[in-house]
Design a binder for this molecule. Structure first.
Ligand code: FES
Ligand SMILES: [Fe+2]
Length: 358
């Protein structure tokens, strides 16, 4: 039988030409709160780390190094008899030692009254708006900012519950979806829009970078499902915390659709893509299930962003692209340099824009 091998870059990195030696510092999505019920234990691998994720009986979610300090069992692979949550601690499947949410050994069942001093490494994780995020820093530093949550516009109670699709592994880097916000000319080719987009300049606030895109939705068509009364000027507010938590917030005729496009590496080569979307309810709508244009818009976002994937999966990353025109030269270069600071081996010198081809 013929074996089919995926083509890989000569440097061993999954995306050919990728210049960075480790993952960027920042927050990364590793799931949704609803996936973890009290008493659940799950094995996971994110950002090159083997992990166990578990929720205590009282509801506290913990993300820890997977391996038991005793003899090294993976705490996330439970057995038929051992390996369970006991109140506020997790019991190892091998010899039943119990560890609390701080990683402290709280019980050795067959050595009554004795415990060991060795701790399990507990990771920095948060649950915000139903999203579970994990902090990564290649030097082990603790979080230096917090993710404020889904950037709802207006009353957050007026939005449908989040709708999520998850897929992978993909040969894609966390910052790729947000680079859409610097790339006005790909919209007609990749997303089928009638016109190029227009962007405002980026604003940087700590780890957050944002800009706004003005776009004529439904351009060139008498009407579409999104624009039943003909073309409409709308905006897309783009936000990105670190390199991975990229959000596009669509504002079209008073309707708001918020789309989170979070990419999280499993290891140096592959990532998982989390697509999370919510939308305002139309006036008079008080149900929980999206209907009408809201439903179509939410479904469309999950599909639209995936149109980029065949580009990202097969590209060679150009550290020095041929940038042309104001948008690319100023905005794309600015964005690349902004992302650069989060990596342990920045490749763009302080004052040098990557604007000329080699
Ligand atoms: S390996 Fe975990 S209790 Fe022995
Ligand atoms: Fe795109």
């Amino acid at each position: 039988m013929m074996a089919i091998h995926e083509e890989r870059g000569a440097d061993g990195s999954s995306v050919k030409g990728w210049p960075y030696t480790d993952f960027a510092t920042g927050w990364y999505q590793i799931g949704y709160s609803s996936e973890f019920k009290p008493g659940d234990i799950k094995p996971a691998k994110w950002l090159g780390q083997d992990l166990v994720i578990w929720r205590s009986e009282s509801g506290k979610l913990s993300v820890m190094d997977a391996y038991c300090p005793h003899m090294g069992a993976h705490l996330g692979h439970v057995g038929q008899f051992g390996g369970k949550v006991c109140g506020e601690s997790i019991a190892c499947p091998w010899h039943g030692w119990r560890w609390d949410a701080e990683g402290k050994n709280v019980e050795i069942p067959y050595m009554k009254g004795e415990t060991v001093n060795k701790r399990i490494d507990v990771k920095h994780a948060r649950e915000i708006d139903g999203i579970v995020i994990l902090w990564f820093d290649s030097a082990g530093a603790p979080p230096n900012y917090e993710w404020p949550g889904i950037p709802y516009l207006g009353d957050r109670n007026n939005y449908y519950a989040i709708d999520a699709t998850v897929d992978g592994p993909h040969r894609v880097k966390p910052q790729f979806p947000f680079e859409n916000s610097a790339d006005p000319h790909h919209f007609p080719y990749v997303h089928g829009s009638g016109v190029d987009a227009e962007f405002t300049d980026y604003i940087v606030e700590g780890a957050l970078i944002r800009n706004t895109m003005n776009m004529l939705f439904g351009a060139g068509k008498p009407r579409t499902w999104m624009t039943p009364n003909g073309p409409v000027e709308g905006t897309i507010d783009n936000f990105c915390w670190g390199t991975s938590l990229g959000v596009a917030r669509f504002n079209i005729e008073g309707r708001v659709c918020v789309h989170l496009t979070f990419v999280t590496p499993i290891d140096a080569e592959q990532s998982v893509f989390f697509s999370t979307v919510t939308h305002t309810k139309d006036e008079g709508e008080d149900g929980d299930v999206p209907v009408g244009i809201a439903k179509k818009m939410m479904d469309a976002q999950h599909v639209q962003i995936r149109h980029d994937f065949h580009i990202w999966q097969n590209m060679r990353y150009r550290v020095k692209p041929i940038f042309t025109g104001e948008d690319e030269r100023i905005r794309y270069a600015f964005l690349r340099r902004h992302f650069d600071q989060f990596y342990p081996n920045p490749v763009y010198a302080e004052n040098r824009l990557p604007e000329a081809a080699e």
